[in-house]
Write a protein that binds this ligand. Structure first.
Ligand code: FES
Length: 164
């Protein structure tokens, strides 16, 4: 499925309806539907959640309840650079909390938030699958390992410089 351009996000709900018809009849269909919507739009737009509630015949509060309960779901668009900070066991033992704190302080946002300029999003995640590099993070698909506070700050500085 192709990703929409930004203009489509607000107005074109036909992909949501298509996902609903495919998934709604499945048991426990709400979570897979929300996963598909997020995969398509990059987050869960408010009007998409309203469509889900209406088509599935469940209260909107229930849809929001699920969307806010699970960390995997995002209610706002992500930033241009999504920083996935691993908090799996190996990374946790090797200081992922310090990595997360360094990023939070440098970017002025908490885990799960996006900077006002929509440049960075921080998202803590379970194992990234590269435990030998712990602590590790992934930014837009690129893995960075054996992180230290200094290394994290220089990676962020390099991204800012290259993107400006
Ligand atoms: S625990 Fe972090 S990559 Fe596996």
């Amino acid at each position: 499925m192709q990703h929409p351009n930004s203009n489509d996000v607000i107005f074109d709900l036909s992909p949501v309806k298509q996902m609903l018809t495919q998934t709604a009849s499945l048991r426990g269909g709400l979570i897979p539907v929300l996963q598909q919507i997020q995969e398509y739009y990059g987050y869960l737009p408010e009007n998409a959640l309203e469509a889900v509630a209406s088509v599935l015949g469940v209260p909107l509060t229930e849809v929001y309840g699920v969307a806010t309960f699970y960390k995997q779901f995002r209610l706002k668009p992500a930033g241009r650079f999504v920083i996935m900070v691993c908090d799996g066991t190996a990374c946790h033992v090797n200081g992922s909390s310090d990595i997360l704190q360094t990023l939070s302080e440098e970017l002025g946002i908490d885990d799960g938030e996006t900077t006002e300029d929509r440049f960075f999003t921080i998202q803590s995640v379970a194992c990234l699958g590269c435990c030998s590099l712990s602590p590790a993070m992934m930014i837009n698909g690129e893995t960075y390992g054996n992180l230290t506070k200094e290394k994290v700050l220089s990676i962020i500085a390099a991204i800012r410089e290259n993107a400006s």
